[in-house]
Design a protein around this ligand. Structure first.
Ligand SMILES: [Zn+2]
Length: 462
């Protein structure tokens, strides 16, 4: 006989499948049997009918059997009655069918009302029969997929008044997320204290997404060869109206975060992240002062680095302090970012680093009362300006009798400024980062830094 479950690509169904797998301690969807389903449902019904859980059903299954006023006190029984009808329809996956999730079984009807599923049973579908075309009443799901959807709250992540549904192309990520969420559920059962869907109080969905990635990469799994793209749906499904937003974490960013998590750069990374929480005031960003705050205070705030990563914007400017002339991390972290996120080729990364190292030598040779060339590199605000400063540095190196040229023509055209005037700012950022990393102590000794100013660029207009 063929099996009941396989991932479908439908986020709610897949969440329910991963929840059931973890609940029944199975490793693959295909291992779940009808006996597993029949055993798990009454246990899960007991959990769901606890007061803390019923509340979360308002957010996910508005007007569903759990929250109908007439079912008060009989939630467990009514849910089991509803789901019992679906259990009767359990069928192994076939070759084809009209279920909108699996496409391999035919949809079932809610018997009493002779209709398909509404928003009270399947979040984010329509709450009204009028929405559907004349031939169809309600959404078409098979019994198995409809049961899976009912189980999805086990692995939802509560985010303030909304819910987050985690979906990934990686089966391993789906299972490990289910493990995190259900671990929390079991803790509630053991303590006999029911708070509903798993929550760590990340009200800002982007922060939640990065927290989810962090939890996965903290798991001692080997993710190196597993492309993990994560999408979260941030939603409510209240009776008065549904809301839905989604956020994508591409596989290369997960890979980057995972590499950091398991490297010596993790501490620097999280310190840089903590500096970049902000709130918007008119046109300005007001950075939150990190020293006085705990992690709790950031969970609902925006973070410029997280936003930059998700929108594929350049973030190196956050890795150093301009006035302090200080890098907040080591080159290794920058290199990870360039390689994993920007997918910059190794030779280009190496060339920029080498050129910056050579420039550092020139700057240190300067005996005057200020680091003239460094100031020019910092102030350069056009491509021409920046190139001109490099030209002056080349001349100085020749004057210092250095044998090797600062860079070759190939380096210049292909590795330092491959996009010419378009991308030169990136090269400037990288060179400054590296110069500050090497020269900070020397600059400090010489009195070339503003030490006491704690990043007084409080606001920034982008
Ligand atoms: Zn189905």
């Amino acid at each position: 006989m063929s099996h009941l479950f396989e991932y479908t690509g439908n986020a709610f169904v897949d969440a329910g499948i991963s929840a059931l797998m973890e609940w029944c301690e199975k490793k693959h969807p295909q291992e779940l049997t009808e006996a597993d389903v029949r055993k798990a449902l009454p246990e899960i019904a007991t959990l769901f009918s606890q007061e803390g859980w019923v509340k979360t059903f308002y957010t996910t299954f508005s007007n569903g059997v759990m929250v109908q006023p007439s079912n008060k006190g009989k939630e467990r029984e009514k849910w089991l009655e509803f789901i019992g009808e679906l259990v009767k329809e359990l069928q192994p996956l076939g070759d084809q069918g009209a279920c909108v999730a699996c496409g391999r079984r035919n949809p079932v009807r809610i018997k009493k009302e002779k209709r398909g599923f509404l928003r009270s049973e399947v979040p984010m579908t329509s709450g009204s029969l009028n929405y559907y075309s004349y031939a169809s009443t309600g959404a078409d799901y098979c019994g198995v997929c409809a049961i899976a959807i009912q189980l999805s709250p086990l692995v939802l992540y509560r985010s303030g008044g909304k819910m987050i549904l985690v979906h990934s192309s990686s089966e391993k990520a789906m299972l490990l997320w289910a493990r995190s969420a259900i671990k929390n559920v079991h803790a509630q059962i053991n303590l006999n204290r029911y708070s509903g869907c798993f929550s760590e109080n990340f009200k800002n969905p982007q922060n939640a997404l990065f927290q989810i990635a962090k939890k996965l990469s903290q798991d001692k799994e080997d993710w190196a060869n597993e492309p993990v793209a994560i999408r979260i749906y941030h939603f409510t499904n209240y009776g008065q109206g549904a809301e839905l937003g989604y956020y994508d974490l591409p596989a290369r960013i997960f890979h980057f975060l995972n590499e950091i998590q398991n490297s010596e750069e993790a501490e620097d990374w999280y310190r840089i992240i903590r500096k970049r929480y902000y709130f918007q005031k008119g046109q300005d960003r007001i950075w939150l002062k990190t020293a006085e705050k705990q992690e709790e205070d950031y969970k609902d705030k925006k973070n410029a680095i997280y936003e930059g990563l998700l929108e594929n914007r350049w973030i190196i400017k956050y890795f150093y302090g301009f006035q302090q002339r200080k890098s907040y991390a080591r080159w290794a972290l920058v290199q990870l970012y360039l390689k994993e996120v920007k997918q910059m080729d190794k030779q280009r990364i190496e060339t920029i680093k080498r050129v910056a190292d050579e420039i550092a030598l020139v700057i240190q040779k300067d005996e005057s009362d200020k680091p003239k060339r460094l100031g020019q590199l910092e102030r350069a605000n056009t491509y021409g300006n920046f190139r001109n400063t490099l030209r002056l540095i080349i001349k100085e190196r020749i004057g210092n009798n250095v044998e090797n040229p600062l860079f070759s023509l190939d380096d210049f055209a292909e590795r330092l400024f491959p996009d010419g005037a378009l991308g030169w700012r990136e090269t400037q950022d990288l060179i400054l980062f590296r110069l500050y990393e090497i020269l900070h102590s020397w600059l400090q000794e010489k009195g070339f830094v503003i030490d006491e100013v704690e990043e007084n660029r409080n606001s920034e207009v982008e």
